[in-house]
Design a protein around this ligand. Structure first.
Ligand SMILES: Nc1ncnc2c1ncn2[C@@H]1O[C@H](COP(=O)(O)OP(=O)(O)O)[C@@H](O)[C@H]1O
Ligand SMILES: [Mg+2]
Length: 317
């Protein structure tokens, strides 16, 4: 079952209930005395709102056994650029420093720079801080963004390979020219190599279905189903299986009036579609509640409900 995994990624369109579901799963584990980290990577953060507190990029305890982080991509990007500059300092000649910094600044405003920085923070959470927790739940940004993020290690490793290749060639040339064939140590090569190794480790964790589970939240509506179908296919191309679906905001059975009866009828068609379309995923059907889930009490009730569903893995709706 997907909830047995150490890392759980929660994806889906904006507004379907990702943050609520991710927070409810996190709370469920915390209430079972597991140490849990809930990480929001969605620039439209609302995990802090759910727990009525302000969060940032460092883990903060939001209730017993549960810490949370909201990663701010633009802040991460600034920090990341500074760390790249620091890494390069002392490696390039001081006369070149200004030009190198100029190039780094130019690169930092290119598309994808914030995503790269966000990914770097995720890598550090998984590799450096992961040991402190039994479970890490990622509340991710809407689908397209998440897919790019998950496929980033692949892209980055191609990119880093290219850089490594070029540096190695240059180094070989220098070695022959300057150093009587003795290999010279290239610090930039080593930095890149280390980065590549960290990405490769995270990639293998993400691709290992014993470590990592992926679930999508959707609503029984046409666009939400289409988007989920697409996401499942794209991730499959990258060898990532989506293990579970939360079909959220199911209308109650006992419903009055023509308008709602029609909507419920429509919903049944969509649920049949979901059943046909997603045969290999665990499916959890979650009712629409009377109000938003905007307090710890309501979240806790929601969390107990999904816990029951996990325990019995129901298919009723
Ligand atoms: N099953 C549900 N019943 C009632 N309200 C819900 C339910 N699931 C989510 N909500 C509400 O819907 C809104 C959007 O949910 P949220 O988890 O913030 O979505 P997302 O993170 O996908 O954008 C929130 O106000 C939340 O309280
Ligand atoms: Mg959200």
């Amino acid at each position: 079952m997907f909830i047995e995994k150490k890392l759980i990624f929660v994806g889906g369109k904006g507004g379907v209930g990702k943050s609520t579901s991710a927070a409810a799963i996190a709370l469920m584990f915390a209430q079972r005395n597991q140490n849990v980290l809930l990480v929001s990577t969605d620039p439209a953060h609302n995990v802090g709102d759910i727990f009525h507190t302000k969060l940032n990029n460092q883990a903060k305890e939001v209730c017993l056994h549960l810490h949370a982080i909201e990663i701010d991509p633009s802040l991460e990007s600034l920090k990341y650029i500074q760390s790249v500059k620091n890494n390069i300092k002392g490696v390039v000649k001081s006369s070149m420093q200004h030009e190198v910094n100029r190039q780094i600044d130019a690169a930092s405003s290119s598309p994808g720079a914030e995503e790269a920085a966000l990914f770097d923070r995720m890598v550090s959470i998984i590799l450096d801080e992961g040991g402190k927790y039994d479970k890490i739940i990622f509340d991710t940004a809407p689908t397209g963004h998440t897919i790019r993020l998950l496929t980033l290690p692949e892209l980055m490793s191609v990119w880093i390979d290219g850089m490594l290749e070029r540096r190695k060639k240059r180094n070989d040339n220098y070695t022959q020219l300057l150093n009587d064939g003795e290999p010279i140590v290239d610090p930039i090569f080593q930095i890149l190599q280390k980065r590549k190794e960290r990405f490769a480790r995270v990639r293998s964790i993400l691709l290992n279905s014993n470590d990592t589970g992926f679930m999508f939240v959707l609503n029984p509506e046409r666009l939400s189903i289409l988007e989920t179908t697409n996401a499942v296919q794209v991730l499959a191309k990258h060898n990532i299986d989506v293990n579970a679906l939360f079909i959220n905001k199911i209308l109650p059975q006992e419903i009055e009036g023509e308008f709602w009866k029609n909507r419920k009828e429509n919903e049944r068609d969509y649920i049949r579609w979901i059943e046909r379309e997603f045969r290999s995923q665990e499916k959890y059907f979650i009712p629409l509640l009377q109000s938003d889930i905007n307090s710890l009490e309501l979240l806790s009730a929601f969390s107990q409900q999904i816990e029951k569903d996990f325990l019995s893995y129901r298919r009723t709706y």
